[in-house]
Design a protein around this ligand. Structure first.
Ligand code: NAP
Length: 313
């Protein structure tokens, strides 16, 4: 039975950074990714907040270079989807589709994905007007109109943040009252740049290369409003904040979590010795490429230390 030093689950920036550090430390490492490398950032058309990124860097070009850099250090790679785990022994077991992996340490870097608004046109226009990250994409809408979908804490807080960029920010919410905390609501009601479309859902997003219009339905009256980009602007922003889906189902019951996010300390250690988590899957305050990479590096170094010092067989 092959026992790895470390198995990294997830090939986004956190997993790739962990792979880079594990490779440099000459650990016997395996990186498992279920799909393509990159996670969420491959759907980001322009990245300008990762230190040292090239001008007009896209998520996919950045990930391509990250993947190549990892390859250089020779860690093993495989494509599989982990379905269950057994972290009870010194040797941890991860069960994929028809294959088991045995390892002294695990780094979980499976990420969290924004829930899609779920209407026609949305997927095609991601990165072309549709976004799920105000910190990443807000400044592309400097002085444009912006629409935010959702009524929870995230939607309202991000709408307030987006008022720094957009000339007007309209919150589209499916009910007539917000779910967000009262203190956050108060700020939004006071902000002259924030407007609301109550009892409303986005039915379709349209555009040729960029978002140009969308249909919004009033769920009480059935009336459909067509929102068309101002002629001079040609486009507007639509930010979806209707919740996130942390990719942690297979770790439920094995690790300490909150709302599906894994709890770690600053060394990325979970409550199970030898199991680390890195990137967006952690409970943390800023989910960005730069913080995911930092987490991945720390997790790999701590995994190496665990193997050396703390008796990883
Ligand atoms: P959330 O609280 O689950 O809110 C999701 C919002 O999206 C709700 O208003 C919901 O509407 C709406 N929604 C859900 N599905 C929808 C759909 N298919 N179409 C249209 N609207 C839809 O998610 P969140 O705001 O991301 O927050 C997640 C957790 O993190 C919460 O516990 C929140 O308190 C916490 N959080 C805290 C802070 C803070 O304390 N500063 C900041 C951010 C997040 P309904 O209201 O009608 O269900």
């Amino acid at each position: 039975m092959k026992v790895y030093d470390v198995v990294i689950v997830g090939g986004g920036p956190a997993g790739l950074s962990a792979g880079l550090y594990a490779g440099r430390a000459r650990l016997n490492a395996l990186l498992i990714e279920k799909d393509k490398d990159g996670g969420q950032i491959v759907i980001t058309s322009e990245i300008e907040n990762y230190p040292g990124c090239l001008p007009e860097e896209s998520g996919s070009t950045l990930v391509e270079r990250m993947s190549k850099q990892v390859e250089k250090f020779g860690i093993e790679r495989t494509s599989d989807c982990i379905e269950s785990v057994d972290f009870s022994g010194d040797i941890k077991v991860l069960k994929g589709k028809g294959k088991e992996y045995h390892t002294k340490t695990v780094i979980i870097a499976t990420g969290a994905y924004p829930k899609p608004i779920g209407c026609p046109g949305e997927k095609e226009l991601i990165g072309k007007g549709v976004s799920y990250c105000a910190t990443c994409d807000g400044n592309f809408f400097e002085d444009f109109e912006i629409f935010v979908v959702g009524g929870g804490d995230t939607a309202v807080e991000e709408a307030l943040y987006l008022t720094k960029f957009g000339r007007k920010v309209t919150i589209i919410h499916r009910r007539d009252e917000l779910r967000a905390a009262k203190s956050i609501q108060e700020k939004a009601f006071k902000n002259p740049k924030v407007d609301f479309m109550w009892d409303s859902v986005v039915k379709e997003i349209k555009g040729d290369g960029m978002v140009q219009s969308m249909s919004v339905e009033n769920v009480k009256t059935g009336e459909v409003t067509e929102i068309v980009a101002d002629e001079e602007d040609g486009t507007f922003g639509i930010f979806g904040f209707i919740g996130y889906l942390p990719q942690s189902k297979c770790f439920e019951g094995s690790l300490d979590m909150e709302y599906g996010y894994i709890r770690t300390n600053e060394n990325m250690e979970t409550n199970v010795p030898g199991v680390f988590a890195a990137g967006d899957i952690r409970i943390k305050s800023l989910r960005q490429v730069v913080t995911a990479c930092a987490d991945g590096a720390i997790a790999a170094v701590m995994a190496e230390k665990y193997i050396e010092n703390e008796g990883g067989n």
